[in-house]
Design a protein around this ligand. Structure first.
Ligand code: SF4
Length: 118
């Protein structure tokens, strides 16, 4: 079975054709311009990962805090992680790079502030 996906590792956006076995396992990929595309294609067909970015309300501040995960997390956990983020309570001061929520749902990724709020 073939599946067409777009590499999101750089702005070129190569369209790649991935061949999967009858059991859905990655077999091969064509259409990638560089090895990063091949790695992405295999990852996307086995355990898709995504970075999460979000903004969170901050107690006592009119300015929300922008946050992101420190590393990609399983795509299938995004809804669960966003629900977890909705329960986070934060207040100032916050420093850029500060860990807001460590090891989110045991993914190994931290939620970190992308800006400072005094
Ligand atoms: S395969 Fe390489 S060149 Fe093509 S989009 Fe991915 S990273 Fe960019």
């Amino acid at each position: 079975m073939d599946k067409v996906i777009t590499c999101i590792n750089c702005p070129v956006g190569c369209r790649m054709t991935v061949t999967l076995s009858d059991h859905g396992e990655f077999v091969s990929v064509t259409g990638n311009t560089c090895p990063r595309g091949a790695k992405y294609a295999e990852q996307e067909c086995t355990l898709p990962l995504r970075m999460i970015t979000a903004v969170l309300p901050v107690a006592g501040s009119d300015t929300p805090l922008s946050v992101k995960t420190s590393s990609p997390v399983p795509k299938e956990m995004i809804a669960e992680i966003m629900e977890e983020l909705s329960r986070v309570s934060i207040s100032t001061p916050i420093s850029a790079g500060q860990v807001i929520l460590p090891n989110i749902l045991n993914t190994g990724a931290d939620l970190v502030a992308t800006r400072s709020l005094l």
